[in-house]
Ligand binder design. Structure first.
Ligand code: ZN
Length: 147
């Protein structure tokens, strides 16, 4: 089984009974603040999460505020349940023309739900991405991929 793409970029990882994984995004330089960029659709966030797919595609990336390393957080064409992956879109294309989410750096937290035999792979059933502003008190869920 492929190794989960994000595992080297998560800290404070919690695993729940072989079916869920939660962790905070950390850069290889040790920094935990990121500018968040996306290719998808920004909603008003009332009935949906802030970031949703646009024509089947959603791409979310964090850029380290210290060393500028880019860390891919979600790519609908290569991650998640294979049946729900975006088709015919090259991730290197949607990884371009990214729009910044918010203006400030965020802490980023990722939560994943798995079928037990797929634990810690790229083949997850659900992904939730949450962000918190520097010195902020509350986590805000900006991606809910659970169709
Ligand atoms: Zn860094």
């Amino acid at each position: 089984m492929e190794k989960f793409y994000l595992i080297d970029n998560l800290c404070r990882v919690e695993e729940i009974e072989n079916c869920a994984l939660k962790g905070d995004l950390v850069c290889s330089c040790g920094n935990e603040f990121f500018s968040v960029f996306y290719n998808g659709k920004l909603t008003k966030g009332i009935l949906a999460s802030d970031l949703v797919r646009n024509k089947g595609t959603l791409f979310v990336e964090g850029r380290c505020t210290v060393c500028d390393e880019n860390i891919k957080i979600f790519d609908s064409s290569t991650m998640g349940n294979p049946k729900k992956r975006a088709k015919s879109v090259q991730s290197d294309i949607i990884g371009q023309n990214l729009i910044q989410y918010g203006l400030r750096p965020f802490n980023v937290r990722v939560l994943l739900n798995y079928m037990p035999d797929k634990m810690k792979s790229d083949d997850f059933e659900e992904i939730f991405i949450e962000v918190k502003e520097m010195n902020g008190a509350k986590w805000k869920r900006i991606v809910e991929e659970n169709k």
